[in-house]
Ligand binder design. Sequence first.
Ligand SMILES: Cc1cc2nc3c(=O)[nH]c(=O)nc-3n(C[C@H](O)[C@H](O)[C@H](O)COP(=O)(O)OP(=O)(O)OC[C@H]3O[C@@H](n4cnc5c(N)ncnc54)[C@H](O)[C@@H]3O)c2cc1C
Ligand SMILES: NC(=O)c1ccc[n+]([C@@H]2O[C@H](COP(=O)([O-])OP(=O)(O)OC[C@H]3O[C@@H](n4cnc5c(N)ncnc54)[C@H](O)[C@@H]3O)[C@@H](O)[C@H]2O)c1
Length: 452
Amino acid sequence: MEHLDAIVIGMGPGGEVVADRLLAAGKRVAVVERELIGGECGYYACIPSKTLIRPPEVRQDAVEAAALDRPGLDWPALRAYRDRMIRHLDDSEQVQGYRDRGALVLRGEARVVGRDPWRVAVDGREYTADHVVVATGSSAVRPPIEGLDALGPDRVWTNREATTLTEIPGRALVVGGGAVAVELGQFLARTGSRVTLVQRGDRLLGREEPRLGELVAEQFARDGVTVRPGAQVESAAADGDGVAAVLDSGERVTADVLVLATGRRPRGDGLGLDALGVEADRGALAVDGHCRVAPGLWAVGDVTGRALFTHVAKYQGRLAAANILGGDRRADYTGVPRVVFAHPEIAGVGLTAAQARERGVDAVTAEIDLPETLARPWTHATDPRGTLGVVADRDAGVLVGAWAIGPMVSEWINTAALAIRARIPVGYLIDSTPQFPTFNEGYVAALEQLGL
Ligand SMILES: Cc1cc2nc3c(=O)[nH]c(=O)nc-3n(C[C@H](O)[C@H](O)[C@H](O)COP(=O)(O)OP(=O)(O)OC[C@H]3O[C@@H](n4cnc5c(N)ncnc54)[C@H](O)[C@@H]3O)c2cc1C
Ligand SMILES: NC(=O)c1ccc[n+]([C@@H]2O[C@H](COP(=O)([O-])OP(=O)(O)OC[C@H]3O[C@@H](n4cnc5c(N)ncnc54)[C@H](O)[C@@H]3O)[C@@H](O)[C@H]2O)c1
């Protein structure tokens, strides 16, 4: 039986970072992947969705900038570029790349079949290792909608069918109100689909500051998306080539496709770990601050159930690799930005005001309208919109949360992320000199309003 320094199970962004670092340190590493090296992110999530969103975004920017006409959208050309970005669902170059760097590349479903030492079975063969890293990601949740399972993937899409779509559906019923629903719902609406979004909670992006949900709903109204908050789909059935859904209110909605955007379930069960004394909690493997599950067993990425983002998977990957190599790095999630790549972009970081108060923080908040306060929105667009909110700890004099909707927020939210993580005093932030004219100038204006 072959013995390795480490076996990495699942080669999405989290697994890749661990494997890359251990290989660079000269370790003997096996990587196991049952589908495609690059994971959900590379083929069915972040990369295709951001690639698809970009042309409608540029088109809208052109419409909103002075003196430009509305550019046309060539769907077959966009589809072809998306296919190139997802490597035509072919990872042979990635497989070869890992082999060239000395990795043992195992294609297939891994199961953990023993411990002391850890033993992993793939395709009928077993391997032992000093360290096993579980990086198996998450799957789309299928809510209990009557009749759903009788409908095939041509009528019911998860993120997989949605991000690899070949035609824009005439009508789409999007179920959910999180990042996936907002990004995909707006993309479909802006490429010509008539979109109805059914959301269980009372507002979009329910984990963010409530005000942000209101502003997103206003944007969706401008995009012509029909939003049904506080509603659920009870049943779905075939209707011609499409689907007819009945909501709990009794309303009937027909569409060409029903798009599930109802959350993700970590893939920590089904690996055989429960038989070895390691239980998953609703699919999630609990990790300590070092990303360790048990001695010699590590987990990174969505499977940990902690902030399901690629940047978190990569961060945990860097930590786990450092710790396997003898380091002592502990995770700190206080400044993790949460970006929704809608147009305009949406972001939150740190705590909402309510979360801060629940933790006993004397929270003080401010909100600024970006066009009322700054020059940059007006050099960017003729009828600009955008809002920045900040949440500070009055006693400590530091920022504990921030949220924004506006152009390029995905970039400038990092100013707040760093300030929150490093507990940079608000007075120091106010004394900084963000360049003119930028959206970053908004922080000085918002923080001054706190009156700390
Ligand atoms: C539509 C959509 C858009 C998104 N956009 C963004 C974004 O813009 N930015 C962002 O930060 N996050 C985004 N996310 C979230 C992001 O995709 C995940 O957080 C990220 O993919 C997690 O990486 P991971 O390495 O944990 O797992 P994954 O990317 O899920 O990879 C896990 C891999 O493990 C493999 N695997 C599973 N079980 C086994 C097994 N038993 N044996 C062998 N292999 C196995 C799988 O085949 C897969 O390749 C998006 C998600 C969705 C659904
Ligand atoms: N830009 C990004 O970084 C990005 C983009 C997409 C996804 N992601 C990540 O992927 C993960 C999954 O995203 P998501 O949007 O699928 O999940 P989510 O958990 O963020 O949101 C799920 C939404 O679906 C709603 N919902 C659940 N069941 C429902 C039902 N039966 N009927 C109606 N509504 C229902 C919930 O109320 C919630 O609004 C998230 O953790 C997210 O952070 C990140």
